[in-house]
Design a protein around this ligand. Sequence first.
Ligand SMILES: [Zn+2]
Length: 207
Amino acid sequence: MVSARDALALLLDGNRRFVEDVRSRDTLPARGRRLALSSSQEPFAVILGCSDSRVPVEIVFDQGLGDLFVIRVAGNIVAPSQIGSVEFAAERFGTRLVVVMGHTHCGAIAATLEVIAAPPGARHGNMQSIVSRIRPAIESLARTELARDPERLRHEAMRANVRASVNHLRHGSEVIEHLADHDDLLVVGAELDLTTGVVDFFDGIPG
Ligand SMILES: [Zn+2]
C-alpha cells in the first residue's frame, strides 16, 4: 500500500513532467502491464475531478494504467455516488490519498454564478442537479465586494467549491472519516491552472 504522503509525491513528480512536456515511459500503454493488471489493481490515489476536456487526470499527473482511481463529474461535486466511489477504492484497494481537483475557467462554476445572478424562478434543466450542489459553497462569495471583479470571483468560488467537496468527503462518510482518523487516509484539495498546467495542492496538505 502506498502511503498518502508517498502518493502525493508521485502526483507532484508526475505533474512536474506534464508541465515540462516530458512523459515517463512507465505511463505508456504496454501489454505486460495490461496483463498484470487484468485481475487486480492497486491505484495509489483517488482523484475527484471535473469532466472538462482540458483536465484529463492521467495526463495531467503523467500516470498510467492502474495508477489512479478517477471520478469525474462537472464541477467536481460530491453526491452520494461520488462518496460511494471513494469508499469503494479506500476499502477495496487500500488507496490512502483522495484528491478533489478543481481548475481555472471551470464552466460549472461560471454557470452556477450565472444562476445566482439570474432572476428567481428561471429554469436550468438537469444542470440544476450540479448547480444546486455548488451553490451553497459559493453563494455568500457572490454577495461580497468580489462581485465587482468577476475573474477573481470565479477563481475564489472554484476554490471554495473544492474546499466544500473536501469537507463533504471528510465528514459525509463514516467510512472515510474512520480511515482518516485511524488509518492515515488523507483528503486534500487542489487546483489545476489550465494555462501553466501546474496543480497547486492548497487544502489539507500536512505541514
Ligand atoms: Zn470544470
